[in-house]
Design a protein around this ligand. Structure first.
Ligand code: ATP
Length: 442
C-alpha cells in the first residue's frame, strides 16, 4: 500500500496547533560552525567539573581511558535531573507516549535489518608518517586541532586512502568467540522501539499517533572522541519514536521540532546559543526523508544536541522484511491497515548536560560578609536541573556556629540565600515546606 491509498488525514491524526507559549525557533542561516566570541572556554568547564567532582576521566588512576568519563556525585545528580526533565516532558505530561527499557544486547539480525552492519561507518584515514588515525571528513577540514597529530604538525601528515570503519562495538555471547556468537553493543536505543512496536502498541492499547520513549546507554567506537563529554564512546540517549499515519508525518515533524526547541529554552538555554539546522539532502541518513539538528553554540563550535528525523516507514518495513513478522498497524476507526511513519527526536544526555553547564557558567564579583567583594564561580542552573536543591549554611566560618547550623538543618529552619540574587528570606518553620515547595516547583 502506498500513502496515496489512504483516506485523507483527519483532525485526530494531526498534531495540535503550536501552543502560544512555544517560542518560534531560529534556523541556521548558513552552515557556519564557528561559535564566535564565547563567554567561557572548554578548559574552564573541564577544570570546574574536575575540581568539583562533577565529571572526571574514567579510570584516572591508570591514566584514563579515551572517550570514557565518570560522573561524580554532583554530575550523576545533574544527569539524573536532565533525564527526569526529559521524561517529564515526553512521558509524564502526555498520555500518548509510553516508556520502554530494552536490553542493550539485541539479536544480531536487528543491525543487519537496520542497515547498521553495512552502513554505520565513518571514513577512517591513517597517516603514513605518524600512524595517527583520523576521521577523513574531519581531516579534510584543515584544522590541526581535529587531527590530534602526535607531532602537532599535521602539514607533514601523509594520509592514505580512507577506509570505512564500523562504529559498533563488537562482543561475543557465551564462552566461545566464534562468528555465531557475535553481538554488538547498541549504537542507538531506537531499534528496540521498532522491533517491539507491535508488542508495545497492543499491550499499552495506544492508537496511532503515539510514541515509545526510551532513555539508556549507547556505544559508538568513535574514531576521534573529543571535546570533553561531547563526543564519547559510551553515552546515554533520550530517544522517542513517534508513530504517525503516513501523510501526517511532515506536520508531526514540525510539531516535534517546536516541542523540543521549547524544552531546551524551558530548562534555561539562552535562545542566542540555540539554533535549528536542517540537513542538506546529501547529508541525510539512508532512512530519513528530512532531519533537523538542534544545535548549541559550544565554545568549540555550533554542534548537535539532538537530531529530529522523519524516519518514514523505513525501519518498520526493514524489520518486517528481515524477521517475517508483520509490523503494520490496523486503524480500527478507518478500517485500514498501514505501516506507520516515524518521527524521532533523538537527544544525548551527556551533550544536553554539557550545554546546560556551559550556559550556566558564571564568574561574578560577590559581596562578602565583611563588606568587601570576592570572585565566585557558579553554575546558575535551573533549579530543576541543579544537583543540590537546598543547603543549610552557617552565615560565618565561626566554629561556634557549626552546632547551631546542624540544629538548624535538623529543624529544617534555614536562612535561605538565593544563589543567583543573593537575597535572603527569613522563613518561619511552619511555613518552610510551603515556601520550598513553591520555590522548587517543577
Ligand atoms: P554526530 O553527527 O555528532 O556524530 P549523530 O548525528 O550521529 O551525531 P544521532 O545518531 O542522531 O547522532 O544520535 C542522537 C543523539 O545522541 C545526538 O544528537 C547526540 O546528542 C547523542 N550522541 C550521538 N553520538 C554521541 C557520542 N559519540 N557522544 C555523545 N553523544 C552522542
Amino acid at each position: 500500500m502506498t500513502t496515496h491509498d489512504l483516506a485523507p488525514a483527519e483532525a485526530g491524526d494531526q498534531p495540535p496547533p503550536v501552543a502560544a507559549d512555544v517560542a518560534p525557533y531560529t534556523v541556521a542561516a548558513d552552515a557556519d560552525d564557528a561559535p564566535g566570541e564565547h563567554a567561557v572556554t572548554m578548559e574552564a568547564i573541564v577544570e570546574l567539573c574536575k575540581r568539583r567532582g562533577i565529571i572526571f576521566q574514567s579510570s584516572e588512576v591508570y591514566g584514563g581511558l579515551r572517550g570514557a568519563w565518570d560522573f561524580g556525585p554532583l554530575g550523576a545528580a545533574l544527569k539524573d535531573n536532565v533525564k527526569a526533565a526529559w521524561k517529564r516532558a515526553m512521558l509524564q505530561l502526555r498520555d500518548d507516549v509510553v516508556q520502554l527499557d530494552a536490553a542493550i544486547l539485541m539479536h544480531p539480525k536487528v543491525w543487519e535489518a537496520s542497515g547498521h552492519l553495512e552502513g554505520f561507518t565513518d571514513p577512517l584515514v591513517e597517516c603514513r608518517t605518524c600512524n595517527a588515525r583520523f576521521r577523513a571528513d574531519h581531516a579534510v577540514q584543515g584544522d590541526a586541532a581535529t587531527y590530534e597529530c602526535p607531532r602537532s604538525d599535521y602539514s607533514l601528515c601523509d594520509f592514505g586512502e580512507p577506509k570505512q570503519f564500523n562504529l559498533m562495538f563488537e562482543t561475543h555471547i557465551g564462552p566461545t568467540r566464534e562468528s555465531g556468537s557475535q553481538v554488538w553493543l547498541r549504537p542507538e536505543t531506537a531499534q528496540a522501539m521498532f522491533v517491539d512496536f507491535a508488542h508495545v502498541q497492543l499491550t499499552s492499547r495506544q492508537k496511532v499517533p503515539f510514541g515509545i520513549a526510551q532513555v539508556g546507554k549507547s556505544f559508538r567506537n568513535e574514531i576521534t572522541p573529543r571535546n570533553f563529554i561531547f563526543r564519547v564512546r559510551e553515552f546515554e540517549q533520550m530517544e522517542m519514536e513517534y508513530f504517525v499515519r503516513p501523510g501526517t508525518d511532515e506536520a508531526w515533524h514540525d510539531y516535534w521540532i517546536a516541542q523540543r526547541w521549547q524544552w531546551y529554552l524551558d530548562y534555561g538555554l539562552r535562545p542566542a546559543n540555540l539554533r535549528i539546522r536542517p540537513h542538506a539532502p546529501d547529508e541525510l541518513s539512508h532512512y530519513a526523508k528530512a532531519t533537523v539538528d538542534v544545535e548549541y553554540r559550544f565554545p568549540f563550535a555550533w554542534s548537535e544536541l539532538e537530531g529530529i528525523a522523519n524516519r518514514t516507514d523505513y525501519d518498520l518495513r526493514a524489520h518486517t522484511a528481515t524477521s517475517g513478522k508483520d509490523l503494520s498497524y490496523y486503524d480500527q476507526t478507518r478500517d485500514e491497515r498501514y505501516v506507520p511513519y516515524v518521527v524521532e527526536p533523538a537527544a544525548g544526555v551527556d551533550r544536553a548536560a554539557l550545554a546546560f553547564v556551559v550556559d550556566a557558567y558564571r564568574v561574578e564579583q560577590a559581596p562578602t560578609a565583611s563588606g568587601g567583594t570576592e570572585t565566585r564561580t557558579l553554575l546558575a542552573l535551573d533549579h530543576r536541573l541543579a544537583p543540590v536543591k537546598v543547603a543549610v549554611l552557617p552565615l560565618s566560618r565561626n566554629e561556634r556556629l557549626v552546632p547551631t547550623a546542624r540544629a538548624v538543618a535538623d529543624l529544617l529552619r534555614p536562612h535561605l540565600r538565593d544563589r543567583d540574587t543573593m537575597t535572603q528570606d527569613r522563613v518561619r518553620t511552619d511555613e518552610l515546606v510551603a515556601y520550598l515547595t513553591q520555590r522548587l516547583r517543577l
